[in-house]
Design a protein around this ligand. Structure first.
Ligand code: XMP
Length: 485
């Protein structure tokens, strides 16, 4: 309701994209007050379709779904939304429906080959984009959003890593009070920066825990422990819980179920560590209860895990959001819940974290379990680890590690026939997945050099027992996701 929103003193409203279609019976619509408020409005994709539909235009299913890059050409009229941009730019499209008839008072401000109305607007600052300015594949998208915020809504940009750190430290101190915090450390950027921030806020009240869930890559547990013990000052505990996780995963094949099982077992382990930390503090000068669990949850984890009427469909339950059991003895502390990874890396740099940590490729909490479609077994894990280690070595030596968002292998649940030497083989296949991305929300498959691919394929087949075929995944996100499950 307007009463709900008014006290926020909004400067403008962005209607985001979403999976619905305006002509479905339950399609989410904007409240009427929005159009009477006089606020600038920017509709993006479904947001554009909603405002076109509600203001009297016509939205129809497109001739075909339009995914991927498109050339956007400005029409004759200048719009502040495209200020300082060339008359043609590349944009990212991902839609099925499109606006066929403009609402009264609106004009088409730009078009692409497939969308005659790629931007629409009226004189009251109501604007809509059929493409996605918020994804990295629209290279000038940031500028378009900046133009909307600064030129149309008269906002100023005051978010900086150091402001964020100062505000978060104060908030975390207040939330935690005299309690103790357990921080789940995975070795990745998000949890490392979370731990450094929480440590700055509460010092020795923090205990970090690194869990080997048996789903890590070759030597990962050893390397992460060595790195963090050398470079960080916080207390770090280690739990080898391989047995517990693999037992819980036995017979589980459904991707969502795997994620939920792993989330549940993680929490059981964290609660055990919390009890241990409490017992240890009970012997010391000031016994303190463990009250909080801190995690490096980011906004994309939240968006893709949580579904309520309106926004995105549940894509996957990221283990540190949707995979958590409903009843948990600890309160969650998630300082980066509203941030994206590039912002977290900036905060990490400001906190003085080593480059080695900040440039690590993301690795999912459920680990190799979501890179082995079907049941997880120790044998499959060993094969995948060996193939992945070869890939990683080659990625590093070709200087591709930092250019890529992620590079990894997926063990396919299929055996194929091959011939090695004079013998017939009947073994598994692995897929190579390499993507570029800025925030993991969208991604492009990496164009890797053919000679390099040939070497990786040969090495994997020659060196990894159980693999006789290597394939390359050439799917972007959308329509694929980065991980296979
Ligand atoms: P998808 O596969 O959804 O992945 O395109 C987007 C990014 O998120 C990572 N990912 C996860 N990270 N817990 C995590 O901490 C999870 O459950 C999880 N699932 C996916 C994935 O590796 C990619 O970088």
């Amino acid at each position: 309701s307007w009463e709900h929103v008014a006290h926020l003193n909004p400067r403008g409203v962005i209607l985001s994209g979403g999976p619905a279609s305006v002509y479905e019976p339950d399609a989410p619509m904007a409240p009427a007050w929005l159009y009477e408020s006089g606020l600038p409005i920017l509709g993006i994709c479904y947001g554009l379709q909603v405002l076109a539909h509600q203001l009297g235009g016509k939205v129809v299913p497109g001739n075909m779904r339009e995914y991927g890059h498109a050339a956007l050409h400005q029409n004759d009229e200048e719009t502040p939304l495209l200020a300082d941009l060339p008359s043609s730019i590349t944009v990212w499209m991902s839609h099925g429906d499109q606006v066929q008839e403009l609402p009264p008072g609106f004009r088409s401000l730009a078009h692409t080959d497939n969308s005659p109305i790629a931007i629409l607007g009226n004189d009251q600052g109501v604007l809509g984009l059929q493409f996605h300015p918020e994804v990295v594949h629209t290279p000038d998208g940031k500028k378009i959003i900046e133009n909307f915020l600064y030129r149309i809504c008269s906002c100023e940009g005051r978010w900086t890593p150091s402001n964020f750190i100062a505000e978060s430290v104060a908030r975390i101190r207040q939330q935690v009070g005299a309690g103790q915090v357990i921080c789940a450390l995975s070795g990745g950027v998000d949890s490392a920066v979370t731990a450094a921030l929480v440590h700055r806020a509460v010092g020795d009240q923090l205990t970090c825990i690194f869990v080997d869930n048996g789903l890590l890559r070759t030597d990962e547990a050893r390397n992460v422990l060595a790195l963090f013990r050398e470079k960080f000052e916080f207390r770090l505990k280690f739990s080898d819980s391989t047995e517990r996780f693999l037992q819980a995963l036995a017979g589980v094949t459904d991707p969502e179920k795997k994620r939920k099982v792993i989330g549940r077992v993680f929490i059981e382990v964290f609660e055990m560590v919390a009890e241990e930390a409490e017992r240890e503090s009970a012997g010391g000068p000031c016994p303190t209860p463990v009250t909080h669990l801190s995690q490096g949850t980011l906004y994309p984890d939240v968006i893709e895990s949580v579904s309520f009427r309106g926004p995105s469909a549940t894509i996957k339950s990221h283990h540190n959001v949707g995979g958590l059991p409903e009843h948990m003895g600890l309160k969650l502390l998630e300082p980066f819940r509203e941030l994206f990874k590039d912002e977290v890396r900036e905060i990490g740099a400001e906190l003085g974290l080593p480059r080695e940590v900040l440039t690590r490729q993301p690795f999912p909490g459920p680990g190799l379990a979501i890179r082995i479609p079907g049941e997880i077994t120790r044998e499959k894990l060993a094969v995948l680890r060996a193939a992945d280690a070869v890939l990683l070595e080659e990625v590093r030596s070709a200087g591709l590690y930092e250019e890529a968002w992620q590079t990894f292998c997926v063990l396919l649940p299929v055996r194929t026939v091959g011939v090695m030497g004079d013998d017939r083989t009947y073994e598994s296949a692995v897929a190579i997945r390499a993507v570029t991305s800025l925030d993991g929300m969208t991604a492009d498959w990496m164009r890797l050099p053919a000679e390099w691919l040939a070497r990786v394929s040969n090495r994997i087949i020659n060196e990894v027992r159980g693999i006789n075929r290597v394939v390359l995944d050439i799917t972007s996100k959308p329509p694929g996701t980065i991980e296979w499950e």
